[in-house]
Design a protein around this ligand. Structure first.
Ligand SMILES: [Zn+2]
Length: 296
């Protein structure tokens, strides 16, 4: 017999279960359903049973290696770009910059070749003045005043002075007036002449063609001299001297007195032709002094 017990706190139903127990089970089920509903609201994502959509392939894999210059491809669908793949384009930036590098530094155009101008044939000067010592003062002799320009005092070494005096006398007998323009020079006088020639010609090289620098002049020896024709003063120290009676006579007769032209055309020293400059080689000393100038 089913005892129906009804108490204030413990009523039973027809099954004998306490009423409060049935209510508790009902509430428990309702709470579970509600909890599941809440869970469903909190997890709106795809249900675990639904398959995950395939992730878009990484952009780096979609770029062929043979086309590094192309721009980065966009992901196939921009709905959810994977954040962890953003650093991937970095290796693609480097090959993308390379084609632009020539644009930043374009190759400089090569300068056009200089037009070749026909150069006048002018052999390079090759001056080879040998050095000369100054003559000892005791060896110098004053040349007679009427044999020089305006009575200027000119000196030659003893041997050369006697040889010149004999040659001058022979020239007078032939109707030729030889004039001693310049004999012995020390270094100081040669330096003044050389500096004046540089100023006149405008360059050292041009001056060397005409005047030896101090220490390299045959005039230091007292065995060399510049001769002129007293009747043709405009030809003094000019190549036109070769047209005078004095030069023509010297060309025929100077060798008999021991003199020779120091600087004929194409001379070994390389200086300009000087028809007025003669040196004494009529003695052993004279030959020795100028052997270097002759290349011997
Ligand atoms: Zn001279």
């Amino acid at each position: 017999m089913i005892q129906r017990v009804a108490t204030a706190t413990g009523q039973t139903d027809a099954c004998g279960d306490p009423v409060h127990k049935r209510y508790s089970q009902f509430y428990l089920k309702a709470a579970i359903v509600a909890f599941q509903a809440v869970l469903g609201l909190l997890a709106p994502g795809p249900s675990p049973a639904q398959p995950e959509p395939p992730e878009p392939p990484p952009p780096i894999l979609s770029v062929p290696a043979s086309t590094p210059t192309e721009t980065l491809p966009t992901p196939p669908e921009a709905e959810s770009p994977p954040v962890d793949l953003l650093p991937a384009p970095e290796p693609l930036l480097q090959p993308e910059l390379e084609p632009e590098t020539p644009l930043l530094r374009p190759p400089e155009p090569e300068p056009p070749p200089a037009p070749e101008r026909p150069q006048p044939h002018k052999p390079a000067p090759s001056i080879a003045h040998p050095p000369y010592k100054e003559a000892a003062r005791r060896d110098l002799r004053l040349v007679a005043g009427n044999s020089t320009v305006r009575g200027r005092k000119e000196y030659l070494s003893n041997e050369a002075a006697w040889a010149f005096a004999r040659m001058r006398e022979a020239a007078i007998k032939a109707g030729v007036r030889l004039l001693l323009i310049s004999g012995f020079r020390d270094r100081t006088r040669q330096a003044r002449i050389f500096a004046k020639q540089i100023a006149r010609k405008g360059s050292l090289g041009a001056a060397l063609q005409l005047v030896a620098p101090p220490g390299f002049s045959e005039h230091h020896t007292g065995y060399a001299m510049d001769l002129g024709d007293a009747l043709y003063p405009k030809t003094h120290l000019e190549t036109t001297f070769e047209n005078t009676p004095a030069f023509r006579w010297l060309s025929r007769s100077a060798a008999r007195f021991g003199f020779e032209l120091s600087y004929p055309p194409g001379n070994a020293v390389g200086v300009s032709y000087e028809p007025w400059h003669w040196r004494y080689v009529g003695s052993k000393k004279g030959k020795t002094l100028f052997s270097a100038a002759k290349g011997g």
